[in-house]
Write a protein that binds this ligand. Sequence first.
Ligand code: C2E
Ligand code: SIN
Ligand code: SIN
Ligand code: SIN
Ligand code: FE
Ligand code: FE
Length: 392
Amino acid sequence: MINEPSDTAYPENSCNERTPDQLLRIIFDYTAKIANERSLGSVLLLMANMGREMILADRCTVWLIDRARGELFTTVAHGVDEIRIPLGSGIVGHSIATGQPLLIEDAYNDPRHNAENDRRTGYRTKSIITVPFVGNDGSNIGAYQAVNKLTPNGVFTTHELEQLQLAASYAGKSLESVMLHEEIMATQREIIFAMGEIGESRSKETGHHVKRVAEYSFVLALGCGLSADEAELLKMVSPMHDIGKVAIPDAVLQKPGKLTAEEFALMKRHTEIGYNLLKSSGRELLKMAAVVAHQHHEKWNGTGYPQGLSGEDIHLYGRITAIADVFDALGSDRAYKKAWELDRILQLFDEERGRHFDPRLVDIFMEQLPKLLEIRDRYRDFESNERETGRH
Ligand code: C2E
Ligand code: SIN
Ligand code: SIN
Ligand code: SIN
Ligand code: FE
Ligand code: FE
């Protein structure tokens, strides 16, 4: 909806420039929306729409710098898909490199213009305003670019350049904070997944354990009514549940047979070790991962470890991961046991409903079983594959 040209919402006046009242209303409306947005794509689109409406351009684009690839890119350009151009190229690249805004009457008379996209899309770029964005620390983060003034003479005025600078200064802070937030979340996702894989390889658990537990948790989370965002969050943190196993000696972790009482006591510490590894992080994702590492062996009836929590004192994410983990552990070969048949697994979940596991979650588990089995098939381990085919 925000993609619609809303000249109806902010009707233009006869001289094709906004009145101060209109400008204020546009800035006020958009900056309020932008400040509440957490997703980069939405912020960029709102900013593009704000710029376009303020100065009545045909298109408005927010360009960002991709330093890793040495490119400028835009995900929202009115009427076009993502565009990438080499860093420093085009009028926009020049403006970013020099930190100077530019007002061009006809791009085709300017040797700096990069006309490649016009050739590809058939669009005729004429007038351009480009205003660079500078971050809090003074570094370049990108640029605002308005293309083609919607008036018969089709050129922008210096007044409009100033207005776009105003828009850039209002929205720039929100843009930077959303970019930082996205970067932090992406970093956390990478760390979490890498750590989960370390835990998995140390305990020699079969290939896709971490991946399957993540997918099972996601399905169960959706099944109990969590939003897609929250299910996604749990999917990211559940692979970390056994990270504490990194500190358990191989002799215990990979013991082919049943553990002695002392060995099992040592093994149980993986919950607290994982919790302690993660808990001091101030990051939302790592904090959730800490709770899951801590609580995934708690039992609904209070007989689990390490804290002996019961019922809803166990965080929902811990209760969900417990089901995902045991379902996967039982269905997989371990150093100490062979995989169980599905019937036997289902019987255990039935018996442990309201004992080990949250009864409501067992019902959801049963409802979602077809999806869970589909995941199990999709991420089948090589070893168990071999074992199964060897059986025929
Ligand atoms: P894991 O192999 O990932 O198993 C996770 C959980 O799945 C277990 O938590 C348990 O609740 C369930 N589970 C797995 N296999 C069986 C089984 O054969 N029977 C039943 N009833 N439940 C099963 P638990 O018991 O707290 O164990 C935590 C971890 O301790 C296990 O993670 C595994 O790494 C290790 N472990 C437990 N028992 C033994 C053992 O006898 N030998 C060895 N080598 N390791 C063990
Ligand atoms: C483009 O729209 O592809 C870039 C135009 C330019 O800044 O030269
Ligand atoms: C385990 O093997 O993971 C402990 C539970 C059991 O031995 O039945
Ligand atoms: C924990 O005890 O595992 C963390 C505390 C919490 O649930 O937030
Ligand atoms: Fe565990
Ligand atoms: Fe596990």
